[in-house]
Design a protein around this ligand. Structure first.
Ligand code: HEM
Length: 377
């Protein structure tokens, strides 16, 4: 029997571990067939294998993912090869070690200001996603790119509409449609405004590249959209999952954090799967032939928890040509938010028991709806 992907968030790691070692045909909610691959060796190799493409034009079965307009669709996660390399090279310098060193100061300042505002709610029950896990990455990535703070709530809602999209639900389709409309208008208008008045930010730099014709207009808007949305969505839920797990197990000291941060981060990973890929040729994996055009989902949760990994690096930030551009930024954000929260609020506690935490209903992303916490008085 073909299994359907998607279970409760509390059982998500178990679900991914149960595919381990196997190449398995499964169904997404809504009935679309996909191949799930979850062995560490297989996922490691396939993340960097050119026979799997991120470009939807290689989908034979009419993959029913998001139908994004060209202004959002021409992004790095839909491209391969030279086309992908040309755009990625433009984005890479902003994430070099030198740039992230100066970014560290920005992250620390933004985290300090956010903690100062949080301290005003001492003794109260607050939603830590709203008050800490969203504002820090939103302000950091917004500062880097040049995306103003009044757009952050809309961006968070749009990210949620995307990761919870369910092809079988009309209501979900309507929410996604309005999110896509809003994102297209918002990023196009933002870029027009920066074209009229450039700032000292990434978007302004990319606009100059577009004017030199290294980037088309659609590629420019798509790059800005991907960077802001991928960065925000993942950093928010990585911080949220980490704090929720640590509050459920009695908090953490700075020394313990330094020793355990890698393991804790892996376990709080908000991305169960890498981005869907399409076989550009018939492909044999683990004795199964995946026909050309079929959709492949590489399970990062399965790979990272596979005993065959035997101490090798986590795949949570991917591997190969699409390796996460924001991995170091994510580290800076997590280090400024998570141990600092426990240093400033050593007696904070979850307002609802861990088993009752509400997670978003999504097979694509692993993140909370809210993180209600009682802050120390
Ligand atoms: C916080 C936790 C994060 C996680 C777990 C994460 C994970 C990943 C993974 C697994 C990929 C590769 C996808 C694939 O090959 O299928 C990726 C790509 C990417 N990430 Fe992240 N990411 C995070 C944060 C960020 C941040 C903060 C930014 C931006 C500031 C960012 C920007 C990107 C971009 C632009 C790509 C596409 C790179 C390319 O296709 O060349 N990510 N991320």
């Amino acid at each position: 029997m073909v299994r359907t992907i998607g279970t409760t968030a509390q059982r998500r790691w178990e679900e991914h571990a149960s595919w381990r070692g196997a190449v398995q045909l499964a169904e997404l909610p809504g009935g679309q067939q996909v191949w799930v691959i979850s062995g560490y060796n297989e996922v490691t190799a396939l993340l960097a294998d050119e026979r799997l493409s991120l470009d939807k034009r290689h989908s034979g079965g009419g993959y029913a993912g998001f139908a994004l307009p060209p202004a959002l669709d021409r992004n790095l996660l839909n491209m391969d090869g030279d086309e992908h390399g040309r755009i990625r090279r433009l984005a890479v310098p902003a994430f070099s070690r030198r740039s992230t060193e100066s970014l560290e100061l920005v992250v620390r300042r933004i985290a300090d200001e956010t903690f100062a505002a949080l301290a005003e709610s001492a003794g109260e029950t607050v939603d830590l996603l709203d008050r800490l896990c969203v504002p820090v990455p939103a302000l950091v990535i917004g500062d880097l790119l040049g995306v103003p703070a009044d757009l952050h709530p809309g961006l968070r809602d749009a990210a949620t509409a995307m990761v919870t999209f369910d092809a079988a639900s009309k209501e979900s389709g309507r929410r996604l449609g309005s999110a896509i409309g809003w994102l297209t208008t918002t990023f196009t208008a933002l870029i027009d405004a920066k074209r009229a008045e450039a700032g000292d930010d990434l978007l302004s730099g990319w606009i100059r590249a577009a004017d030199d014709e290294t980037l088309t207009g659609d590629e420019l808007v798509s790059l800005a959209f991907l960077m802001m949305l991928a960065g925000l969505e993942n950093a928010v839920h990585l911080c949220g999952n980490l704090i929720a797990a640590l509050l459920g197990s009695g908090g953490i000291t700075a020394t313990d954090w330094a020793a355990r941060r890698r393991d804790l981060m892996e376990r709080a990973n908000p991305l169960p799967f890498a981005i869907r890929r399409f076989a550009v040729t018939d492909l044999t994996v683990g004795g199964h032939t995946i026909p050309r055009g079929d959709t492949v989902l590489l399970s990062v949760f399965g790979a990272d928890s596979d005993p065959a990994r035997a101490g090798r690096p986590s795949l949570m930030f991917g591997r190969g040509p699409h390796y996460c551009l924001g991995a170091r930024t994510a580290d800076l954000i997590v280090d400024a938010v998570v141990p600092e929260f426990f240093a400033r609020h050593p007696r904070a506690r979850l307002a609802v028991p861990p088993a009752e935490s509400a997670y978003r209903n999504s097979w694509r992303a692993h993140g909370l709806v809210a993180l209600p916490v009682v802050l120390d008085a």
